[in-house]
Design a protein. Structure first.
Length: 327
């Protein structure tokens, strides 16, 4: 009898000496999807991807907590965990947070922690006045109630997230992954964010301006009809592609395609393609020593002059300066 080979156990690398501490603040009847999405981005990704973050849970009353899944989770850390948090993720919270929770979040923000509020989690920074006079992404079902309770906020129920730096809001749980990857991109560059996204098999990163939900079509393809086109565009990024080319591939008129992009993604097709090309440019600047002329050809921006102009317009810096910062 041949015995089965023993599994190879690779040592887990030690966490960084001073990781960016992400703490998810959870409560009773917690929705797990946004919490696990944040954990998937900020958690451990194996030996080949640098670990820049540490992720943990906290709650007002440590111990067992119910979830919408029907299972119970055990949370050991209390609100004290927020005193050392660099980012606080709040998702699926009650509409009436307690004074202790409000005080802990207010103190974390005053200390410089970033507050990320998803879905009903927006009610906590709203109650603290942190969103007064500011635009915030809110779930379409909560827009009227939020506006009535906090009239100084500018609610937007169309976009998937809004990031002000110190405060970021996402209207729906499904946008958590996009918002967290956006934070990684801002702090550690496009290449690192794309590596995490690829490992999670996530779709193309959605910008905050993209819509929470597309309108139901009266004629033509269903909203997910763009998926094949988007994959084709990503596979042919270096080629000269016009809106007419996209329309021909999809079998619709350029006007219909533009309407579908605007309705479903919040941006016209040329803008979406440019954003993907700029994301690929950032990754190549970070990961390679390729000259700008070569990068321009690879990402479909035709020339170094055009790449530099587009890059500066979008990011307010030059490719050379960006490479020095993130290489």
């Amino acid at each position: 009898m041949v015995s089965a080979p023993l599994p190879v156990c690779l040592p887990v690398p030690a966490p960084p000496a001073d990781p960016h501490r992400v703490v998810a603040l959870v409560g009773e009847n917690q929705e797990l999807y946004p919490v696990t999405s944040a954990s998937a981005v900020f958690g451990y990704h194996g030996r080949l991807i640098p670990q820049h973050y540490g992720f943990s849970l906290s709650t007002e009353h440590p111990g067992p907590l119910t979830t919408t899944l029907g299972a119970t989770i055990h949370v050991e850390q209390g609100l004290d965990a927020l005193t050392t948090a660099d980012t606080v993720v709040i998702a699926g919270w009650t509409l009436a947070p307690t004074p202790a929770v409000l005080d802990a979040v207010a103190a974390a923000h005053a200390r410089g922690a970033r507050i990320v509020a998803v879905a009903a989690g927006i009610y906590i920074p709203a109650a603290l006045g942190l969103l007064d006079g500011r635009r915030a992404s809110v779930h379409w079902e909560l827009r009227a109630d939020l506006a009535a309770r906090h009239p100084r906020i500018i609610p937007d129920d169309t976009v998937i997230y809004v990031d002000h730096g110190d405060i970021a809001t996402a209207g729906a749980s499904a946008a958590t992954l996009d918002l967290c990857l956006h934070q990684v991109l801002q702090e550690h560059g496009a290449s690192h964010a794309m590596r995490i996204g690829r490992q999670l098999a996530a779709g193309p990163h959605r910008e905050g301006c993209q819509r929470q939900y597309p309108p139901l079509p009266t004629t033509g393809p269903m909203p997910d009809s763009l998926a094949g086109l988007l994959e084709w565009l990503l596979a042919h990024l270096g080629e000269p592609i016009t809106v007419d080319d996209m329309a021909a591939y999809s079998g619709v008129s350029p006007r219909t395609l533009t309407r579908q992009f605007t309705d479903q993604l919040g941006v016209p097709p040329a803008r979406w393609l440019l954003e993907r090309r700029l994301a690929a440019t950032r990754a190549l600047l970070e990961d390679t020593d390729l000259p700008v002329e070569t990068i321009a050809a690879r990402v479909g921006l035709s020339s170094a002059v055009n790449l530099r102009r587009r890059f500066h317009t979008a990011l307010h810096t030059t490719p050379a300066a960006y490479r020095r910062s993130f290489r």
